[in-house]
Design a protein around this ligand. Sequence first.
Ligand code: ATP
Length: 262
Amino acid sequence: MGIRRGNCNRCPAANGGNRGLGLDSGGGRAILCPVTAPITALRPRAMLLTVDTVSKTYPGGRPVLRGASITLDRGQSLALTGESGSGKSTLLNLTGALDGFDSGEITLDGVALSQLDDAGRAALRRDRVALVFQQFNLIPALSVAQNLAFQARLAGRLDRGWIDEITARLGLTELTGRYPEQLSGGQQQRVAIGRAMAGRPKLLLADEPTGNLDETAAGTVLDLMLELVRDSGTALLLVTHSQAIAARLDRRAHLTGGRVAA
Ligand SMILES: Nc1ncnc2c1ncn2[C@@H]1O[C@H](COP(=O)(O)OP(=O)(O)OP(=O)(O)O)[C@@H](O)[C@H]1O
């Protein structure tokens, strides 16, 4: 970047100037203030996602998000917790460009979501984001192998070697010819995770991914998902009610009153 980092002699945030920009104490050269600069400016390579003071009210409803902010580095995992109705799924959907927000900004992999039209949002979802929900959402007419390949093709990154690796790591090798209705819930969710990862997404959004599974299956699925995500360098934003699950991730953030308390 053109502007270097250092100690500024006056805090522009305090003086009503541009947040994060300051002057060095010597010659008045522009620098990034290490105190007030947005983290994105200081660590541009590591940062994947910034949700910056985002607000959202559904038509006819009360505000759900009132200036919610989170950040996520590449390859990092973050658990989003909060009371029922606090807006966790809403925040996840906004992050995945599934819905629009009223104010603030979401930046994903350098792309400001507020600037995208419908086609741009669709492209972002296809190329960089993958979703796993509590409902497995597999395509019933496609076999396990076809479900995985479908997603990879959609993302424009069909790599048979990678799909074979995912299949093996998720313990699905014996099941590749089966159809979703021939699988248990835990098996279906493993396929859903495999499908999500098949296109090598930058960000995996998971909404209560083990919520429909019994404890044993949930534990297995979570272990496999975290291992696969970690080794792939994919960042994970996971909504959960479970403190035990939240504790397994790198960081956690709690949503309350429409804001995030990290
Ligand atoms: N499409 C929608 N239209 C109108 N209101 C909605 C819509 N989706 C969610 N809401 C409302 O927004 C609020 C937050 O919902 P959201 O699903 O984001 O919460 P949550 O924290 O994920 O809840 P839970 O833990 O129960 O799944 C709720 O009051 C909900 O009724």
